[in-house]
Design a protein around this ligand. Structure first.
Ligand SMILES: [Fe+2]
Length: 323
């Protein structure tokens, strides 16, 4: 069976892509950003996932104000990099995984989450920048290390989905993956954020306290995050901080309790706070039955202790009543 082994949260700042494409990763301004992803790239090389599901938002390239699906799943065999105004990024075409993507579409839609199915879609920096950050720079004529299933979420036109809806969609995606018969190691990305606002009187807003609390809760107490209303994201994390709801799809697809493998946070990159986290599902223990003679011995010991335990409880109850 396929299984989700880890979730990755990563900002997808377009200027990071430009720094990679223009050979500026060693510049002092950018070096600290890229240094924060070196361990993650080593972790990813070691993990060798079979497929990645990448939750991101389209920035008016595949979609526009004329048509914006809330959740759009890429079921195509490949996804060319989009021209975002200065030509497509020099990265390889993203290869899809149509069989698993179609299975996820069927499972999730029958699970009552209505996805838009995209059989042709170009992908922008929202997806390719986190891919570079986690997979490293890949030659345009080469291949990304694994196929990718894109999941585009509307966070650019009101109303975006709620954090709770995103979290529950993550759970539905997990059910879909786990009902796929092929033995696949799957990772899921949540991208965007963290706090930033790119226009208006509050342009340049960054709220590190909010961002760090978000990362803490994402790791340890995601239930606190699913209750956050849109207005709080907008007020505390800036107009574009709403992208953070996409991280909750990733988190919903993981176990309730996870191991935090790695975290990185820096400000600013361009005008954005860069956040990154890797959360891993704990390996599932295979419960072994105790040999029959040991089980029988334990049952006998439990029986022997029972009268003494009951007597102690009775004595305690009498004491309490007598107070
Ligand atoms: Fe974005």
């Amino acid at each position: 069976m396929a299984r989700i082994v880890a979730g990755i949260g990563s900002s997808h700042v377009p200027a990071i892509g430009a720094a990679i494409d223009n050979g500026k990763t060693e510049d002092p301004y950018w070096k600290r950003v890229f240094a924060g992803f070196e361990k993650s790239q080593a972790w990813m090389r070691e993990l060798k996932p079979d497929v990645a599901i990448i939750v991101y938002n389209d920035h008016a390239t595949a979609f526009s104000v004329e048509m914006i699906p809330t959740f759009a799943l890429g079921c195509a065999a490949d996804f060319p990099p989009a021209d975002e105004g200065w030509g497509p990024r020099p990265v390889p075409v993203v290869e899809g995984y149509p069989a698993l993507a179609s299975h996820i579409a069927q499972s999730v839609i029958l699970d009552e989450f209505d996805l838009t199915i995209c059989n042709k879609m170009e992908v922008d920096h929202g997806m390719t920048v986190p891919m570079n950050l986690l997979f490293g720079k890949v030659d345009k004529n080469s291949h990304w290390p694994c196929p990718v299933i894109p999941l585009a979420v509307n966070v650019v036109m009101y109303p975006p989905p709620t954090g709770h809806r995103c979290y529950m969609l993550g759970k539905a995606i997990r059910r879909a993956v786990e009902s796929y018969p092929e033995d696949l190691k799957v990772v899921i990305f949540g991208t965007g954020g963290l706090s930033h606002q790119i226009s208006g009187p509050r342009a340049g807003l960054i709220n590190s306290k909010w961002d760090k609390a978000f990362l803490d809760n994402l790791s340890k107490d995601p239930q606190k995050l699913v209750k956050i209303p849109h207005v709080d994201y907008m007020r505390e994390a800036g107009a574009e901080g709403i992208e953070m709801v996409m991280w909750l799809i990733m988190r919903g697809a993981l176990d309730d309790k996870v191991d935090e493998v790695y975290r990185f946070y820096t400000v600013p990159a361009s005008n954005t706070a860069v956040g990154h986290i890797i959360l891993a599902n704990r390996p599932r223990a295979v419960r072994q039955r105790a040999p029959a003679h040991k089980a029988a011995k334990r049952a006998t010991a439990r029986k022997a202790k029972a009268p003494a335990k009951r007597a102690a409880a009775r004595a305690k109850a009498t004491l309490i009543r007598g107070r």
